[in-house]
Design a protein around this ligand. Structure first.
Ligand code: ADP
Length: 319
């Protein structure tokens, strides 16, 4: 006998990930995007190039009400991707835009900790999840549905289904920009995600040292492969500023990401210092752009936000 989930005792909500595996070779790779030689900030076209039905990108469709979905990505974990995604979203909010944040870092969702949100989303009349409103952002994370400590040992197709549901089965409302905090790395899950989600651009986070940059380079190549414009590279933990005396030390080297951006012909979006208050505010759920709006760090995130917004202006205006 089939029993509705609502009737099962002690179950208040269910999230169902349906998976379907594609036969090997049935998805042709998208042609590489043309290399951009300009180092400047270029607007992203409001019109998507037509996709052939054989292209994996042909599965994409816009999310009603959202003008631009952008990804914040890094080649590896621990470089401050989630911290930057949240503060960038707040920087964009400060520019007067309607902004949402989707934590798609399914393996280690940190947005609940970074935002201090520990409530579960409710369902609306259309059975869509209502994103949590905090700091003027519409926020959704897999971490609102499962414990942060729960190891997410999901395979690629399950990850994709969960992310698709969090994109499409959420009542996002009207947004200018939805910032997607991507899972770290450039494996199958990330590639499939970039192919399925209608991304208008990607922001790559790297620390200054070589190892992180090599990973960031892979991220860039991945987005180019699936025709997602790279909005630019951010150098996080760019330098250390002593909170006591203000002395600056280049702990991980400095300027590597800027050089790499120049070499690859993508915009360099800015340098974020390694600073105690960024860490402390992140880890206490009071992101620095919101809790110290007049401080130097908020200004840096806002300046990065301006460079991102400027590239998306055409897309936002067209919507
Ligand atoms: P990722 O998403 O890449 O795994 P997180 O954003 O979770 O990384 O950051 C990892 C840790 O580094 C967190 O404790 C965060 O507070 C800290 N962190 C990130 N960026 C900075 C920064 N610019 N200065 C100080 N601490 C930072």
């Amino acid at each position: 006998m089939i029993q509705p989930v609502e009737d099962v005792r002690c179950v208040t909500a269910a999230m169902i990930a349906l998976t379907a595996e594609r036969k090997p070779g049935s998805a042709a790779a998208a042609p590489p995007a043309p290399h951009r030689h300009s180092h400047g900030v270029q607007p992203v076209s409001a019109h998507r190039p037509p996709q052939s039905p054989a292209s994996p990108m042909s599965k994409q469709s816009e999310i009603p009400g959202i003008a631009a979905v952008i990804a914040v990505a890094s080649g590896k974990g621990g470089v401050g991707k989630s911290t930057t995604a949240l503060n960038l979203a707040l920087g964009l909010r400060d520019l007067g835009l309607r902004v949402g944040l989707l934590d798609a870092d399914i393996y280690g969702p940190s947005v609940p900790r970074l935002t201090g949100i520990h409530e579960k989303p409710q369902l609306d009349d259309n059975r869509k999840m209502i994103p949590i409103q905090r700091f003027g952002l519409a926020i959704m994370s897999i971490g609102f549905l499962v414990e942060e400590e729960t190891a997410m040992i999901w395979r690629g197709p399950m990850v994709m289904s969960a992310i698709t549901q969090m994109l499409r089965d959420v009542a996002w409302g009207t947004l200018d920009i939805l910032v997607v905090d991507m899972p770290p790395g450039t494996g199958d899950a990330q590639l499939t995600l970039a192919q399925n989600v209608p991304l208008r651009g990607a922001v790559i986070i790297s620390t200054p040292q070589d190892l992180s940059l090599i990973d960031a380079r892979r991220g860039l190549a991945m987005f180019k492969k699936v025709n997602v414009p790279v909005l630019g590279i951010v150098e996080n933990m760019s330098y250390f500023q002593c909170p006591e005396c203000g002395t600056r030390s280049d702990i991980f080297g400095h300027g590597g990401a800027r050089l790499e951006a120049e070499r690859l012909g993508v915009p360099f979006l800015g340098e974020i210092p390694l600073h105690m208050s960024i860490r402390a505010t992140s880890d206490s759920g009071t992101p620095v752009v919101d809790s110290e709006p007049d401080g130097p760090h908020a200004a840096i995130y806002r300046a990065i936000g301006v460079k991102v917004r400027d590239q998306l202006q055409g897309v936002i205006a067209a919507a």
